[in-house]
Design a protein around this ligand. Structure first.
Ligand code: DQA
Length: 143
């Protein structure tokens, strides 16, 4: 089983960015945790981060028929991007959405997610652990 993990804008700034909201762990540490968990679960993972909406759309399209599952934290594009939603719908790959923070307890505009209209599971507010839970969900269902 092959899983693609996509992180959107400013996720590369983890550790520096609003540590009271996102914690002190860095993006590299997050990647390390995901890789270790993937190994433990016997799956291969590819990690992709971009600050650019079109690059995220391109990466989702490239996953067509190549990945068995997608884990995506679209970050700010969660709340704005019909293009990311449409790309996920176009490739039809089983998708889990993850948010590090509890978006429902923050500003009103963070409560709506375009990606949730397609993702079959959304994990909110579990910190970095949310990615590991998403991986386990995909492995259990499609692995
Ligand atoms: C986020 C929540 C979004 O509202 C925000 O724009 C992010 C990160 C999260 O992981 O909690 O950049 O997706």
């Amino acid at each position: 089983m092959h899983i693609l993990v996509i992180n959107g804008p400013n996720i590369n700034m983890l550790g520096v960015r609003e540590p009271d909201v996102y914690g002190r762990g860095t993006y590299d540490e997050l990647c390390g945790m995901i890789k270790k968990h993937a190994e433990k679960n016997g799956v291969s993972v590819e990690l992709f981060q971009s600050n650019h909406e079109g690059d995220i759309v391109d990466r989702i399209q490239e996953a067509y028929k190549k990945c068995d599952g997608i884990i995506i934290n679209p970050a700010a594009y969660t709340h704005t991007s019909v293009a990311v939603l449409d790309a996920l719908k176009a490739v039809g790959t089983p998708t889990c959405e993850v948010h590090i923070s509890d978006v429902n307890e923050r500003e009103e505009f963070r409560r709506f997610s375009y990606v949730s209209l397609y993702a079959e599971k959304t994990i909110i507010g579990h910190g970095f652990e949310g990615y590991l839970e998403a991986l386990e969900y995909l492995v259990k269902k499609y692995g």
